[in-house]
Design a binder for this molecule. Structure first.
Ligand SMILES: Nc1ncnc2c1ncn2[C@@H]1O[C@H](COP(=O)(O)OP(=O)(O)O)[C@@H](O)[C@H]1O
Ligand SMILES: [Mg+2]
Length: 265
């Protein structure tokens, strides 16, 4: 069945605007057929809405298909490359996993506990974290838009090829990369008042020679009860990775102190 027919069947007539129909006619492609197989109607509507508003012009292939989310490569009308991260409706296990990061986060005090609300909060949380990190001049993908379970951000890479993670391509200058990362963690903590919480070589890309932190959905405010534990764990992961590359890393205690204590030396 063609994309258009499928969508026509699924959308209520009253919600079908002229623009949406034109858009669907124009943008019909294999990618869209793939999209509609994976996503429910409300997710598709959000994507069409982003298209109508000009946030997204075209969606191309899948960059990553995880258990809980999918990342697509897209472009806006100016040809700027975008990453569209879409959270899927989730398992009880994932729900339980994210709950402990949302509880204790003052920004999400009033979020309802049903699965749908939690997923929307999760996407919102990633977006807000990217905004706070960007404002603190921490290098992360620039946030562009968010609605329900869909986050649109800057694409880190070129022509649809995302930049490699540190895991895939260890940095050429590990010492320099380590120092830049430590500076980023300090800014993230002090200025953005956030702890990444899932930092490792898997969630840092090297783009144009510089590390870019990403996957910030689980990042928590420094006031969160787990913040200290998570920061230490992040530092342990980075220490393991960089000492294997021969960097003379600071101990976790020392890095922790430097990052969290004001007026450090
Ligand atoms: N902004 C982005 N630009 C380019 N590629 C991205 C971007 N965000 C994510 N990716 C790619 O998608 C993969 C999964 O994204 P991530 O945010 O780590 O989600 P999760 O680990 O929760 O599945 C990443 O490893 C990376 O390859
Ligand atoms: Mg990840």
């Amino acid at each position: 069945m063609s994309f258009r027919k499928h969508v026509e069947k699924r959308l209520l007539k009253k919600e079908r605007t002229y623009e949406t129909e034109q858009l669907m006619k124009e943008k019909r492609s294999e990618e869209y057929e793939a999209l509609e197989e994976v996503f429910d109607r409300s997710t598709l509507m959000i994507i069409y809405d982003f298209m109508n508003k000009g946030v997204i012009d075209e969606i191309h292939g899948v960059v990553s298909a995880g258990k809980e989310s999918r990342v697509y490569w897209a472009k806006n009308a100016e040809g700027k490359e975008l990453a569209v991260k879409i959270y899927l409706t989730v398992s009880a296990e994932f729900r339980k996993g994210i709950l402990k990061y949302i509880e204790g986060d003052d920004r999400f005090k009033n979020v309802r506990r049903d699965t749908r609300s939690l997923i929307f909060a999760w996407a919102q949380k990633e977006f807000r974290n990217l905004q706070q990190a960007t404002a603190a001049r921490v290098r992360v993908p620039r946030p562009i838009a968010v609605r329900n379970n869909v986050v649109v951000m800057e694409f880190i890479g070129k022509d649809g090829a995302n930049a490699p993670s540190m895991k895939e391509l260890p940095p050429k200058n590990p010492e320099k990369t380590y120092n830049i990362l430590m500076m980023n963690l300090e800014r993230l903590y002090r200025k953005a008042e956030l702890v990444h919480g899932d930092l490792s070589e898997y969630n840092v890309m090297i783009y144009r020679g510089c590390p870019v932190l990403f996957d910030l959905s689980q990042a928590v405010p420094t006031s969160h009860p787990m913040a200290a534990y998570l920061l230490r764990r992040d530092l342990e992961n980075l220490n393991k990775f960089f000492s294997r590359l021969g960097v003379n890393v600071h101990s976790v205690d020392e890095s922790y102190r430097r990052i969290t204590e004001h007026g450090n030396t």
